[in-house]
Design a binder for this molecule. Structure first.
Ligand code: PGA
Length: 262
């Protein structure tokens, strides 16, 4: 069975001391009976990682992710952070290819493929993001854009390596805009992503978690997570509010775990 995952991407928000308060608040509010087997991932900025990992250390169902890594293991790359440095902190995962990295930092598919390799070399799970712009959707190219991003970023991996990958579908037009893909639009693209993964990896595609990202909120999470190919969410803005984030985690279990809404 595919893992159910709700991940919070804090982006460049909070100072480290606020980040610790936020994680403590999230841990206090999470209700194990309402979260069931949903796995929670928190992705704070680099400066917060040591403190945050200290707080979640004992919580088996909560992991910490970095938001980026460099593709080389070490060297003269002033200001950069390698996958090995992140892994040495006992971090489990790293977000790769977020649309903000693709757009503002001009990260190409080729660079992202080498970042995926760096993550896997150091046993970090890559949370690999794909998604189309509004223009690409309006011109009907959304599926082509997304499947090409998958091919270019991931298809060099062996099936064994692919097992550690989490895919996040994040339509760029829905990120931080308050616009959300409808549950039907999300399902359609998630099914297309799974079919594309299956064309290369066969049955393994059924085991890969595909998260939806783009203005996920407590009010829309349950409906989106209820779709068969949506295995969770990558949450930006709403992950900065402990109550909202925890409601989204609980919505996952309500949507997939057969629990009644409370
Ligand atoms: P958002 O961000 O939830 O604020 O739209 C999602 C993301 O970029 O991961």
């Amino acid at each position: 069975m595919r893992a159910k995952i709700v991940a919070g991407n804090w982006k460049m928000n909070t100072v480290p001391s606020d980040g610790v308060s936020l994680v403590v608040d999230i841990l206090e509010k999470l209700n194990p009976t309402q979260m069931g087997d949903t796995r929670v991932i928190i992705a704070p900025p680099f400066t917060h990682l040591i403190d945050v990992i200290d707080h979640v250390w004992e919580e088996g169902h909560i992991s910490v992710a970095a938001q980026n890594c460099h593709h080389e293991d070490s060297g003269a790359y002033t200001g950069e952070i390698s996958a090995g440095m992140i892994a040495d902190l006992n971090i489990d995962a790293v977000i790769i290819g977020h649309s903000e990295r693709r757009e503002y930092f001009k990260e190409s598919d080729e660079l992202l493929a080498s970042k995926v390799d760096a993550a896997i070399r150091h046993s970090l799970m890559p949370i690999f993001c794909v998604g189309e712009s509004l223009e690409q959707r309006q011109s009907g190219n959304h599926e082509k854009v997304v499947t090409e991003q998958l091919t270019n970023g991931l298809f060099h991996l062996s099936p064994e390596q692919m097992k550690s990958v989490i895919v996040a579908y994040e339509p760029v037009w829905a990120i931080g805009t308050g616009e959300t893909a409808t549950p039907e639009q999300a399902q359609e693209m998630h099914a297309a992503i799974r079919a594309h993964l299956s064309s290369k990896y066969g049955d393994l595609a059924e085991e890969i978690s595909i998260l939806y990202g783009g203005s996920v909120k407590p009010s829309n999470a349950r409906e989106i997570f209820g779709k068969p190919d949506v295995d969770g969410g990558l949450v930006g803005g709403a992950s900065l509010d402990a109550s909202d984030f925890v409601s989204i985690v609980h919505a996952m279990q309500t949507a997939k775990g057969g629990l009644r809404a409370v």
